[in-house]
Structures are given as C-alpha cells and as structure tokens.
Ligand binder design. Structure first.
Ligand code: ATP
Ligand code: MG
Length: 632
C-alpha cells in the first residue's frame, strides 16, 4: 500500500494512513473522510475498495476522501485493535460523525451519501455538525473495567462461530470476477471476516494441498494455484452452527460440468470452467478449516481464542500487580497490552501499601535478605492491583510476564512484558503474577476482600420494579447478607442523607425517601461498593442512559431526584450506613460465617511450588544492593 495523499483528491480510490502523524494530517482535511480501519492479519476490506472506486467515479467529488488505516500502527486507533469485523469510521472537520461495522456495501453507500450531504450543509450553510461517540467502544470499556465479561459482545466477537476458509482461485480473479463473487457471497448472507489478496508460491500451494499430493493432477493443481493472485477469505454466517456444509452447498459440486447441470445457481456453475479451474475453494470439514485458517491467517485463531476465552463460561482468575515505577510512567500502555493479550480486567484498584501490608502480602519472604528492597519499591508509590480473567489465566499471565529476572527476560523472552516494560536491566521487575490458582485466590482476596455495601431500593422503584431490580442483584453475583423493608421517618431520612443537608434538593430528597417503604440490603461481594455503584449507574438517569445504558438508573430512574436506588459511596460510608440501618452487626461473621468460603474453595486446588515462588521474589529484588535506584 504505497498510495500517497495528493492535493485535490486521492490518486487511487483509497490512500493509506500509515502513522499517527498522517492520521492527524488526514483528519485535518476538508470534507468527509471515510476510513477503513483494518487489522494487519486480514488487510483492508476489498469489497469497500470496489465500492469506493465506484462512488468516487460517479460523484467525482473532491470533498469525499477515502483512506485505509491499520489499527496497530496508529495510536488514535488503539481501541479498534484486534477486532474481527471490518470497521469504517467517518470523519468530518476532524470529528467522528458515523461508524459502520461489517462490509455491508448498501449500508456503506447510504452512509457515505448521507454524511457527504450533511457535511456540505455544514460547510455551505453553516449548519451544526452532528458529532457522535462510538457507542460500541464505550460499552466495551465499561464492561472490561467494571464487571465480569459478558457474552453480549457476540456480534462484534463472533465467539463460538464456525468458519471456513474460502479461496477465490486465480482463474476467477484473472477474469476480473473477484468483486462480483464477493458481492454474491455477501448477498447470500455470509459474513466475510477476512479477505486477503495473495499470490501463493509453488511451495505454499504444495503445502496447502499436501493432502492431495498423491493425486494425478497434483502438479497441475500446484501450478494453477500459484499462477496468479487469489483472494483468501474467512467466511462465517451468524446463527449457523456449522457454516461448512452451507458454504459447500453454495459453491456447488467440484466438477463444474456437474455443477452446471445440478446446481446452476452455484458459484462453480457460474464462474468455473473445468474441474481444476473451478473458481472457488471451501474447506471440507472443521479440521481442514482449522488447518487452513492457521496456514493463511496464523494470528487469527490466537486472537479468536482469546476472544472466546473472554466469553467462556468458566474462566480462571489471577492477580496481577503493576509496581509503582511502571504504574507512574506507563500505566495505559501496560493495561492495553493486557487487554491485547486477551485478558479481561474484572476488578482493579490502585492502592498505597503500608510496609505492614507488603509484609503480609509477601509473608513467606519477610526474612529473606532481599526483602527490604522489595518493601522499599512496593511502598514507594501506589501499586495497581488487577484481577485478570481468562481461561487458564494463571499460566497465561505468567507466560506473558516472562522470566522474573530482568536480564533473563531481556535475553530469553524479549517480547515478554517484563522485558518490554523495563527501563533498566538491574531493576526489580515491575509486574507480578500469582504462581498458582490457590495463590491467585489468596492474593485476589488480599486486594479485593469480600466487602459490604448498603443498598436501597427507593420507595417508587420498590413499588414498580422490585422484581427486576432483585433479579439484577442476583445475576450480578451479589450475596444479600441482610434485607429488610423499612419506612424511614423524616428524622431517619435526614440522618441517612445528612451529607447533603443544606443542598437545594435536600428537602425534596427527604420527602421522596419517606414516601413509602424502602428495601434496605447489605450486599456482599468482592469490591461490593464499587460494583454496586457501577450496577446503579450515574446519579442522573439522562447521564446513565448515555454512559451506562444497561444500568439500573438508566432503566428505572425517573429523574435525578427519583433515581430508584441508593448505594454507599465508599467503604467508610458503607460501614456507617449499615450500622445505622441494621444496628451494630458483626461484620466478620456476616461475611466469613455466611459466605466466606464461596470464592476460593470452588476452585481445584493446585500445589504451590515453594522453590518457584521464592525464585520469583528473589529475582524480583535483583538489585537490592542499591535500593535508592528505584526510588522515585
Ligand atoms: P445515593 O446516595 O442515593 O446512592 P448518589 O451517591 O449517586 O446517590 P448523591 O450525590 O449522594 O448521589 O445524592 C443523593 C441523592 O440525592 C441522589 O440519589 C438523588 O436522589 C438526590 N439528588 C442528587 N443530586 C440531585 C439534584 N441535583 N437534584 C435533585 N436530586 C438530587
Ligand atoms: Mg450518595
């Protein structure tokens, strides 16, 4: 892709934006800019190229610009990395005005024409430009940062879907039929998840068709398949358990003559000329599809696997720590790498550890000579604790981290996180991971102990939406430790909300809270305070509807005053309000006695190898001789 931007338009229908600088330059241009954001492993969308060429020819409009941009090479596109589905971003005046997902030619065309019209009105008639946010991204961010992974992303992440590899063979491409075939594939309801134009070398073709090596026409087949460019596609179909039989049906019998007789509608009947030159290929079964996928798109499955893990039913958890120096300098980069590796972040908390807490966390190591240096680093600033979720999370995270000794990491695993995120060979490694499932649960419990919060369903919502709200509480995994229906007196309501005394809405708030009975609950969960607030959503329902459309307040609040539910705003308040509503209860008994064993014990125990653990921490403090070095 060497097309360059030229003044007055694009030489080709699309120009390539290769880096952040070109990105900013392109965004500054006048008119409507349509960008095909693509992933390195599948390339720009070929359907779009032909569509863009057509529109460009028809309109010849200088205000319409097309470009392709690889998500990985442009910082501004970091949120779009690793997405299977083609994504088209529309910019005008440097602002996002529309997004189209999927290689849906009719929708793309319609959006292009509409947005071009709209932008002309902005430029010529001074109308206001309608700027949007990419909602799908916002939702994804919410999900990954606050709540355990859900499976609703299925549209974006075709997890559990079946695939076939399809090839539009060199004969059809040479006859100029590729675009037409691609259109037909889409019209038939198949999704094209990747489309790569490729000329196979003879040896690649030989590898690809190795299972046919003994056949009579093998050499001819190899020559044909390497004779010119073909299009390699990954095909899927939503709602289809197994796309392979359907795809094979669609392309028709191998023998073109038979295809013409028996399946005249099939691709091979329409585009093939003889047995060998039968225009298209499809994997014959799931196993072959997997092999072919790995052959043409080596990183696709890996990315896919990670996405599947996110939505798998029984993912594992591990604890990760980002130590103070790294957290201060490169937090966002580290978090991005964690997400890129397919982990979801179920909980996160930035904490300033005391020396005592470090001693407790690393209790097995307090007597070692390296311990002072570790303690010094760990208390030099806040650490970020993350509960990471993925299938086999403990092992995957440790592999991703690489060796504990920075020198080893740099030599043996330069791609590992510890190697990538070090600034100094001698330093303490900046990332921690639990070494077994048992340890993971213990460490997660250390940073995210079972916590309690006071939750209330306010009078009007209790009357109207009790069941729906209770169901959401259950499915979100909260344990209800205590529950009671109470009608607050005026005095109690005033005391309950005493922090707001003097604010203009205070009287109304008290009126509202005493209007009828409230349902008061003590909810227990790891990170309960934050999690319940996340489930409630922002105080104001109009805000909730935009930033957390699935939240309780988005769904059930009537106004900023009558906002359906209450939740303590921090741990301190939680303790106070719980004792105000429920009296002085024994918090420890509440949590441990009733529900303490739920988390850790449901997991299969795994032995911690003591030697491995102590190596880990020993290496972590390699330069204990010079503790000042880590000081910030
Ligand atoms: P809560 O404490 O009820 O869980 P919150 O912490 O999200 O809600 P606060 O700022 O503590 O919000 O306000 C307490 C309550 O006061 C809100 O839930 C709402 O009922 C009411 N309230 C807050 N701001 C306003 C406002 N600007 N106008 C009217 N009522 C308001
Ligand atoms: Mg509050």
């Amino acid at each position: 892709m060497e097309q360059r931007w030229t003044l007055g338009g694009w030489k080709k229908p699309q120009a390539a934006i290769n880096n952040q600088e070109q990105w900013e330059e392109s965004l500054a241009s006048k008119g409507l800019l349509v960008v095909d954001v693509y992933q390195a492993w599948c390339g720009p969308c070929k359907t779009a190229v032909s569509l863009f060429r057509k529109i460009k020819n028809e309109l010849g409009d200088d205000l319409l610009l097309f470009a392709v941009a690889e998500a990985d090479s442009i910082d501004a596109l970091d949120k779009y990395r690793g997405k299977c589905e083609p994504t088209f971003l529309f910019f005008a005046g440097g602002e996002l005005v529309a997004v189209v997902r999927g290689a849906n030619a009719p929708l793309l065309q319609k959006t292009i024409l509409e947005q071009l019209e709209a932008e002309k009105k902005v430029l010529n008639q001074g109308q206001d430009r309608k700027v949007i946010k990419d909602e799908t991204l916002l939702e994804e961010e919410e999900e990954t940062s606050l709540v355990p992974p859900q499976t609703e992303d299925d549209e974006l992440i075709p997890s559990g879907k079946s695939y076939t590899v399809a090839i539009i063979k060199p004969d059809a491409v040479a006859h100029g039929k590729a675009d037409e075939i691609i259109m037909k594939i889409q019209e038939a309801g198949f999704e094209i998840l990747a489309n790569e134009e490729k000329t196979m070398t003879e040896s690649e073709a030989r590898d690809f068709y190795q299972h046919r090596a003994g056949e009579e026409h093998f050499q001819e087949l190899i020559q044909f398949m390497s004779s010119g460019p073909c299009h390699v596609l990954i095909i899927s179909k939503s709602g289809e358990e197994d796309v392979i039989p359907e795809w094979r049906e669609f392309i028709g019998p191998t023998d073109v003559e038979i295809a013409k007789k028996e399946k005249p509608e099939s691709l091979r009947a329409q585009y093939g000329t003889e047995v060998l030159y039968n225009a298209v290929h499809g994997s014959s079964d799931q196993e072959q599809a997997t092999r072919e996928l790995a052959f043409f798109f080596p990183t696709f499955q890996q990315q896919h696997q990670q996405m599947d893990d996110l939505s798998s039913k029984n993912p594992e958890r591990t604890l990760a720590l980002i130590r103070p120096d790294l957290l201060r300098d490169r937090k966002d980069e580290v978090l991005q790498s964690i997400r890129d590796a397919g982990f979801s972040i179920a909980m996160q908390k930035e904490v300033m550890l005391s020396e005592q807490q470090v001693e407790e966390f690393y209790s097995e190591h307090v007597n070692e000579d390296y311990f002072p240096a570790v303690k010094q680093q760990m208390t030099s600033g806040p650490v970020l604790a993350l509960a990471l979720v993925k299938e086999d999370a403990v092992k995957h995270w440790r592999t991703l981290l690489g060796p504990a000794k920075i020198t080893d990491a740099l030599n043996e695993a330069p791609e590992s996180l510890r190697a990538r995120f070090t600034s100094n060979e001698g330093e303490i490694n900046q990332l921690h991971g639990s070494s077994s499932m048992t340890q993971a649960e213990r460490e997660i419990n250390f940073f995210f102990p079972l916590e309690k919060t006071l939750a209330a369903i306010k009078p009007d919502a209790l009357e109207e939406h009790r069941d729906e709200i209770m169901e959401r509480i259950q499915t979100a995994g909260f344990t209800i430790s205590q529950i009671k229906e109470t009608s607050l007196s005026r005095e109690m309501a005033e005391e309950f909300y005493k922090e707001h005394k003097g604010k203009p809405f205070f009287e109304q708030l008290v009126d509202y809270m005493c209007r009828g009975p409230c349902l008061m609950m003590i909810l227990s969960k790891e990170n309960a305070v934050q999690e319940w607030r996340a489930l409630m959503g922002p105080t104001d329902p109009t805000e909730a509807q935009t930033v957390a459309p699935d939240s309780l307040r988005s769904l059930f609040a009537k106004s900023i005053l009558q906002n359906a539910v209450h939740g303590s705003s921090n741990e301190h308040h939680a303790v106070k309000k719980i004792s105000f509503i429920f009296g002085d209860i024994d918090m420890d008994r509440e949590i441990n006695g009733d529900h303490g064993e739920t988390q850790a014990e449901s997991k299969t125990d795994e032995e911690v190898k003591p030697s491995e653990e102590s190596n880990e921490i020993a290496a972590l403090s390699e330069n204990e001789a010079d503790p000042q070095e880590e000081e910030s």
